[in-house]
Design a protein around this ligand. Structure first.
Ligand code: ZN
Length: 252
């Protein structure tokens, strides 16, 4: 950065990993959509205020100093802690899956003004902005985050009709083929999966509806898990990577 060795940004905490005995490396999503990895010196010492302010999902105002390889957190002011002071295991698992997808979809050198507000809103609704969510709605919100973000990245599922022939009577889905399929075309697509009635409508709703609207939509747990599994296959296929926090969420 020309003219100074420090800079300020608001950022969302996506991850923290241990570095040496007393330090942490934070993975952060900056307001301009870039990913920042920065060292929190002394953050692992007992009672560190820095660690308390930089929990998963927190929005923080940061003063960062440019370092040789990684930047260093000089100051951190907590703006919001959407998951609350003592998030449940279910809430943390869902938030970790969202953070993982955000990490894979953000880059050090690429601004993206869509991903920060989307991620901030997802964490807020997940954490109870519109009321405490049950497991089914946590699953639904994670799936919605995946389809919204990946659509923005260019991986938009075709849901209005069959990917192959355009027929509106769709009852199959294939991540590799790019969306919904009719029964006839699905027979020639390896791995195309027949989906229960209503699932394609749900996928359309994930794209069209806001997080707070989805949080109020009635959904049962098996349907939500099914949609979450489709979102996982969609993300793993198009991002071409393993998503371990997501796998953990599905396997719990
Ligand atoms: Zn077709």
């Amino acid at each position: 950065m020309p003219g100074g060795k420090t800079y300020r940004t608001r950022a969302i905490v996506l991850d923290k990993t241990k570095l040496r005995e007393t330090d942490l490396i934070f993975t952060l999503l900056a307001q301009d959509g870039r990913q920042i990895r920065a060292v929190g010196k002394g953050a692992r010492k007992p009672g560190s205020r820095l660690a308390a302010r930089c929990e998963l999902g927190c929005s923080v105002d940061l003063l960062l100093a440019h370092g040789r390889s990684l930047d260093v957190v000089a100051e951190a002011d907590l703006v919001s802690a959407p998951l609350g002071p003592a998030p449940s295991f279910e809430l943390l698992s869902a938030a970790s899956a969202i953070a993982e997808v955000a990490r894979v979809c953000s880059f050090e050198d690429a601004e993206d003004h869509f991903i920060f507000p989307l991620t901030e809103k997802a964490f807020a609704v997940l954490g109870g902005l519109c009321g405490e969510l049950d497991g089914a709605h946590l699953d639904l919100l994670v799936a919605a985050y995946v389809f919204k973000l990946l659509s923005h990245e260019g991986y938009w599922p075709e849901l209005s009709g069959c990917v192959s022939c355009g027929d509106e009577a769709v009852s199959y889905f294939s991540a590799a083929a790019g969306g919904a399929l009719c029964a006839s075309c699905a027979s020639s697509v390896p791995g195309a999966e027949e989906v229960p009635a209503g699932i394609v409508s749900w996928l359309r709703a994930l794209m069209a509806r806001r997080f707070d609207e989805l949080a109020a939509d009635p959904i049962d747990a098996p349907c939500a898990v099914y949609i979450l599994a489709l979102a996982h296959v969609w993300a793993a296929t198009h991002l071409d990577c393993r998503l371990r926090a997501f796998e953990f969420l599905l396997g719990r």
